[in-house]
Write a protein that binds this ligand. Structure first.
Ligand code: CP
Length: 334
């Protein structure tokens, strides 16, 4: 079933059936290879933040589909960009996103954007202004390479779970917060909540008190669970969280009440170093698979013992970034 040409901003814009089509294409391309697209897709990759996996896998996917990717880092090798409307541009920004996006839309078949929150004010950052501005002005499909969600990581995670568990429906998916020396973006945690519930799983979020995800994403996860036969639970009990889990996904994220004030948050975060994923906790599970999106600080988020065990899927999931994105591009640009 071909999908219509469109943007890939969040998996919430796609039905489960449509996501399953992309995942089936990814699995088939991974097993049997892929064909270049007649359209030879040309991608602009706008990286406002660093990357290892996303940049490599998108550049490679464009090449494998017979196309080309141009990587631009606004503020580094491309002009710093303004996103606010109607302001006098007398600060750092040399050009407005409405001009830059329209130019890129004339050159390229798709514009892909990585733009993390600015970590000043969550009420502002949760609007995801840069991504939506590029989508508004580019005139071509836009792909989210991580903003306040990370839908491409969701594809890789879903593909990895399907490879290992076959059926995801009814399985217990534990999303566990882990310690990190800095307050981090909530994007991957939001995304893990969205894709696990979309895949019919029973989501348990294990986090210290105060580390709740934005209600907007919790509502979406609950709606996904209702539609796909799963459930959503939140706990601060490590014992309860790990008990009977089939899949453990770990991630650190910042406390939204201290958003951007990470030095202040430090004293709140410090008592929770013991949320690290270790072998003792994994023994409470249903012989669960475990993964993380990477990059991952070993022996802070996950012990070496778990990370190097046969149940750990961090490298498989990272590889599946390429297969998931190539399949997604095949559908939205093919
Ligand atoms: N997981 C992920 O997006 O990795 P990068 O930040 O290296 O792209």
């Amino acid at each position: 079933m071909p999908l219509p040409r469109r943007s890939f901003l969040t998996t919430q814009d796609f039905t489960r059936r449509e996501l399953e089509v992309i995942l089936a294409t990814a699995a088939s391309q991974k097993k049997s290879g892929w064909k270049a697209l007649k359209s030879k897709p040309k991608l602009a990759l706008l990286f406002f933040n660093p990357s290892l996996r996303t940049r490599s896998s998108f550049e490679l996917a464009a090449f494998q589909l017979g196309g080309h990717a141009t990587t631009l880092q606004p503020g580094k090798d491309a002009w710093p960009m303004e996103v606010r409307e109607g302001v006098p541009m007398d600060g750092e920004a040399e050009e407005h996103v409405k001009d830059a996006a329209r130019v890129l839309g004339r050159f390229f078949d798709a514009v892909c954007v990585r733009c993390f929150p600015k970590f000043q004010d969550w009420a502002t950052d949760r609007q995801d202004a840069m991504l939506h501005a590029v989508a508004r002005y580019a005139g071509v499909p836009v792909v989210n390479m991580e903003t306040i969600v990370h839908p491409c990581q969701e594809l890789a995670l879903a593909l990895t779970m399907k490879e290992k568990m076959k059926k995801t429906d009814g399985k217990k998916f534990l999303l566990t917060w882990t310690f990190h020396p800095k307050g981090l973006n909530t994007a991957v945690a939001n995304s893990a909540a969205l894709i696990s519930t979309k895949m019919g799983m029973n989501l348990t979020i294990l986090r210290p008190p105060g580390y709740d995800l934005d209600p907007m994403f919790m509502d979406q996860a609950r709606e996904n669970a209702r539609a796909n036969g799963g459930s959503v639970e939140v706990t601060d009990s490590i014992e309860k969280g790990y008990a009977g889990a089939d899949f453990v996904y770990c991630k650190s994220w910042g406390n939204l009440a201290y958003f951007g004030k990470w030095e202040e948050e430090k004293k709140v975060r410090e008592p929770y170093r013991h949320f690290i994923v270790d072998a003792e906790k994994m023994r409470r599970t249903n012989d669960a698979w475990v993964s993380h999106c990477l990059p991952m600080r070993r022996n802070v988020k996950m012990t070496d013992e778990v990370a190097d065990s046969k149940k750990c899927l961090i490298i498989d999931e990272a590889e599946n970034r390429l297969h998931g994105q190539r399949a997604m591009l095949t559908h939205i640009l093919g």
